[in-house]
Design a protein around this ligand. Structure first.
Ligand code: 5AD
Ligand code: SF4
Ligand code: FES
Length: 344
C-alpha cells in the first residue's frame, strides 16, 4: 500500500521514500488516484490556459540537452520585433486567454527597457504576464516586477548539483537556486521544474527534484521528458519515458497541492495522449503555442515538437478539447495560485 502520510502534508519530503515509489510500479495506480484526489480538493476541476510566445531562439547558454544552445550552428535563428510580440499578445487576449507567457533563449539583445516596454504594453490588455527569459540580473527582475510582471518561469532542470554542472557549462545549481529564491522573494509567482530521463539521472535524483520544488514552495512546476536532440552533444542518449513523467507530475501535485502544474508540450510530444494523461493525474495548466509562423518551427528545443506544422492559432482551440477529453473544465480566470484552502 502507498503510505500517503509519508508524501503528503510534510514540511520536508521523505526523499528515500519518494525514490522508492519511483523505482517500482507497485504503487502507480494508487499514486495516480491520490494525485487526482489532491488536485480535485486543492485546485478543483478548472484548467488554466496560458498562451506562449517564443519570441527569440537566440541563446548565450550552451545547455548540453537543448537545440537552442549557442553552439548549434544548424539552427535558423530569429528574433521577433517588439511590435510583433505585442500584436501576438493582443491576439492571445482576443481569444479570451488570460495569461501571456513571454519565452526566449537567454537573449540579452532585448534590453531591460525593451522588456519593460513589453510589460507596460501587454498589461494594458488585462492579462497576467509570465516571463521566461532565463537567468537575467536581479535588478532587472525587480524592475519588471514593479512594472507588473506577475510570474517568472525558470526550471531548475535537475536538483542533483553534479548532474546540473555536467549539463550546464558556466552555471551551477547554487546559482540557479539563488535566482529562484530571489524571484520568490520579490513576489513573483515562481515556476521551477525539471526534466525526466536525463543521462545518468536516478530515481533518487528525481526525488530530489520533488524535494526542491517543495523547499522552494514553487508556485508552478513544469515537468517533462528529456528528448535527445540530434544537433546536441546528447544526441545518442535515451530520453525520458511517459510513465515516469506522469508519476513525477503526480508526486509534484501531492508535494505542493496548490501549485499550478502544466501538462507540458514535451509530454505531448512523446505520446499523443501525454497531455491528457498529465491533466488526469495532477496537472491543471496547459500552454498552447501561440508563436507565429514562420518562426515557430525554429524554436526547436527538442526534435518532433508538436504543434509546429499547425495553423498558428490552432492550439488555442485544440487545448480546450484536450481539457474536455480529460473530463476537466476550461477556466476563465487568471489562474493565480490558489491559497491553501481545501475546496469542500
Ligand atoms: N528535451 C526536453 N526538454 C528540453 N528543454 C530544453 N531542451 C530539452 C530537451 N532536449 C526544456 C528545459 C527548459 C525548457 C524551456 O525546455 O527544461 O527549461
Ligand atoms: Fe538556452 Fe534555455 Fe536552451 Fe539552455 S535550455 S540552451 S538556457 S534556451
Ligand atoms: Fe497544438 Fe493541439 S495543442 S495542435
Amino acid at each position: 500500500m502507498l503510505e500517503k502520510d509519508r508524501i503528503f502534508n510534510f514540511e520536508k519530503i521523505d526523499v528515500e521514500y519518494v525514490a522508492h515509489i519511483l523505482s517500482t510500479d507497485k504503487y502507480d495506480q494508487e499514486l495516480f488516484e491520490f494525485a487526482n484526489e489532491v488536485r480535485e480538493k486543492y485546485v478543483g476541476k478548472q484548467v488554466h490556459i496560458r498562451g506562449i510566445i517564443e519570441f527569440s531562439n537566440y541563446c548565450v547558454q550552451n545547455c548540453l540537452y537543448c537545440g537552442l544552445r549557442r553552439d548549434n550552428k544548424k539552427l535558423t535563428r530569429y528574433r521577433m520585433s517588439l511590435q510583433e510580440i505585442i500584436d501576438r499578445a493582443k491576439l492571445i487576449a482576443s481569444f479570451g486567454i488570460k495569461t501571456v507567457v513571454l519565452q526566449s533563449g537567454e537573449d540579452f539583445s532585448y534590453t531591460t527597457d525593451d522588456i519593460s516596454y513589453l510589460i507596460r504594453e501587454i498589461k494594458k490588455l488585462n492579462v497576467a504576464i509570465t516571463l521566461s527569459l532565463g537567468e537575467r540580473s536581479f535588478e532587472e527582475y525587480k524592475v519588471w516586477k514593479e512594472l507588473g510582471a506577475d510570474r517568472y518561469l525558470m526550471r531548475h532542470e535537475t536538483a542533483n548539483p553534479q548532474l546540473y554542472a555536467a549539463l550546464h557549462p558556466n552555471d551551477s545549481f547554487e546559482i540557479r537556486k539563488s535566482h529562484l529564491f530571489y524571484l520568490k522573494k520579490l513576489g513573483y509567482e515562481t515556476g521551477a521544474g525539471s526534466m525526466v530521463g536525463l543521462p545518468g539521472q536516478t530515481p533518487y535524483d528525481l526525488a530530489l527534484d520533488i524535494a526542491f520544488v517543495k523547499e522552494l514552495d514553487a508556485d508552478m512546476i513544469g515537468i517533462g521528458p528529456f528528448i535527445p536532440h540530434p544537433d546536441t552533444p546528447l544526441a545518442n542518449e535515451k530520453g525520458g519515458d511517459l510513465k515516469t513523467c506522469l508519476k513525477m507530475i503526480a508526486l509534484a501535485r501531492i508535494a505542493v497541492p496548490t501549485a499550478n502544474i502544466p501538462a507540458t508540450t514535451a509530454l505531448g510530444t512523446i505520446n499523443p495522449f501525454g497531455r491528457e494523461l498529465g491533466l488526469k493525474w495532477g496537472a491543471n495548466v496547459i500552454m498552447p503555442n501561440m508563436t507565429p509562423n514562420p518562426y515557430r518551427p525554429n524554436y526547436s528545443l527538442y526534435p518532433g515538437k508538436i504543434c509546429v506544422f499547425e495553423n498558428d492559432t490552432a492550439c488555442a482551440n485544440c487545448v480546450k478539447q484536450i481539457i474536455k477529453r480529460a473530463g476537466l473544465i476550461v477556466s476563465d480566470d487568471y489562474g493565480y495560485r490558489k491559497k491553501e484552502v481545501v475546496i469542500a
